[in-house]
Design a protein around this ligand. Structure first.
Ligand SMILES: [Zn+2]
Length: 473
């Protein structure tokens, strides 16, 4: 009995952990080591889901800025990990235990080290206030993509399954509730001030990202893709502006000196050459067409379907989720396309061979699965659709077949489309205008809008002579 009581007391103590920010006791059933363990586990998942951006110099720079802020936070002794993810998504997020991620997509829109510090400071705020632990949403958020993948990626039972690799790109994430977002801003502002940055950078970043978010709805429509937006921005900020300004103003009292470090030149030097928008390595989706430069392939999904270019899978979903069509790649297929299709579907399937734009292929059809196999340059591309119901699949059969039939080798025009664009820093000369700088840009008719957005000169304003500005090439 005594033992039981002491076990109970111990459990209750462990359950009531002290909040590092408020000093009050939060009723969370988690110790710091459990928190770190959750962060570490989910970190593996995030890195499976997203690629880590390939520039070590940029990773080092972000880590340098992040570690300095973390040292001035409420949890200076926690081990922090900062990672730049290779995705055009506009995002930054934190997992419990000090794992913080920032996308190359968001970096393109920032213009100084102080603004980078603002984004990282906000995420550090989520970690120090234990938001992820308090509502578990970070861990859940990080699992969204994985859940999508596991729901929509049924295992294909074939001897080739071990060889099946997926094509990818990606999208994620949420944010916390309004109160947690405001708290993260307030804490971030304090940490910025303590580290020698202007806490007002938080307001600047929110303005930049708000413009980006509003404008990107139109840009995305023009480019035939999903809009990109920062987590929780509209959820947390629009009608809380007064409280946000108050929180940031109050942070001034923590400033270590009167002068603030802006670090515009340092930051811009660090992002020279940064990949902008889609990275061709993951393939791109435009108007429901998929292009992949390295594989040299293209295909067209039905216009009303939703195409998800996830790092682990390329998936198209028919309206109302009636049918999921997934593309898989087998890099060492055996036999002919119809033999391959036979192994994939088993007995009882209808198989027919055909020529798809000069490529050997086969169509298959069996109760609630249908699709095709196309052989190209020693690879088998498997387009397999599954219906929620047989009737649903039958209703979309013509679209599935036309998707298979659209498969073709990338043309030279399409290849230009998948070349990655990169950021370059130049010094503006007298008379430079964004309209003039946008001429002959690979961004086409959206070029001026993009240049204004990434240089924080939206909707008006021109480069000042001698000012460093970003161009996209
Ligand atoms: Zn946040």
């Amino acid at each position: 009995m005594r033992l039981l009581i002491s076990v109970l007391i111990f459990t209750l103590l462990a359950g009531c952990a002290q909040n590092p920010v408020t000093g009050s006791n939060d009723f969370v059933m988690m110790s710091e080591s459990q928190e770190i363990a959750i962060g570490r586990q989910n970190d593996e998942q995030v890195k499976k889901q997203y690629k880590v951006y390939g520039s070590k110099a940029l990773q080092d720079y972000v880590n340098y800025v992040g570690q300095r802020i973390a040292k001035n936070s409420h949890r200076p002794d926690l081990q922090y990990h900062f990672t730049v993810l290779d995705t055009p998504d506009i995002n930054a997020f934190a997992l419990p235990g000090g794992y913080i991620y920032i996308t190359r997509g968001i970096l393109a829109y920032l213009n100084s080290e102080a603004e980078l510090a603002a984004v990282l400071g906000h995420e550090i705020g989520h970690v120090t206030a234990r938001h992820g632990v308090r509502q578990q949403s970070a861990a859940e958020a990080a699992n969204i993509g994985i859940t999508i993948a596991s729901i929509f990626v049924p295992q294909i039972n074939t001897p080739a399954a071990g060889n099946l690799i997926n094509l990818g790109g990606g999208a994620l994430l949420s944010g916390y509730g309004r109160e947690h977002e405001l708290e993260a801003d307030r804490l971030g502002a304090q940490y910025l001030a303590r580290t020698g940055y202007d806490p007002q950078a938080i307001i600047t970043v929110i303005g930049v990202l708000k413009n980006q978010e509003l404008q990107d709805i139109q840009l995305a429509q023009r480019e035939g893709r999903e809009p990109r937006r920062y987590h929780g921005l509209f959820a947390s900020h629009p009608d809380n502006d007064t409280r946000l300004h108050q929180a940031v103003d109050e942070a001034e009292k923590y400033a270590s000196s009167d002068s603030h470090f802006e670090g515009r030149r340092d930051f811009l030097a660090a992002i020279e050459g940064l990949v902008f928008n889609d990275n061709s390595e993951q393939g791109i989706v435009r108007y429901n067409a998929f292009y992949h430069g390295e594989l040299g392939i293209a295909l067209q999904f039905p216009p009303s379907w939703q195409v998800h270019n996830l790092p682990t899978a390329l998936i198209a979903i028919a309206p109302q989720g009636e049918v999921q069509l997934q593309m898989l790649l087998d890099d060492s297929p055996r036999g002919t396309p119809d033999e391959y299709a036979r192994r994939l579907t088993g007995s009882g399937a209808q198989i027919s061979t055909l020529n798809v734009n000069g490529l050997e292929a086969a169509l298959f059809d069996q109760s609630n699965t249908a699709g095709g196999v196309v052989f190209f340059k020693g690879h088998a591309f498997i387009l397999q659709a599954r219906g929620k119901t047989r009737a649903g699949l039958a209703a979309h059969r013509a679209e599935i077949i036309s998707t298979v039939k659209s498969f073709h080798a990338l043309t030279s025009d399409e290849r230009r489309l998948v070349k990655p664009l990169t950021l370059h820093i130049i010094t503006a000369r007298a008379g430079d205008t964004f309209a003039a700088l946008a001429q002959d840009s690979p961004l086409g008719q959206s070029a001026e809008e993009y240049l204004r957005l990434i240089n924080a000169r939206y909707p008006g304003g021109e480069p000042q002579p001698g000012q460093l500005i970003k161009l996209v090439r």
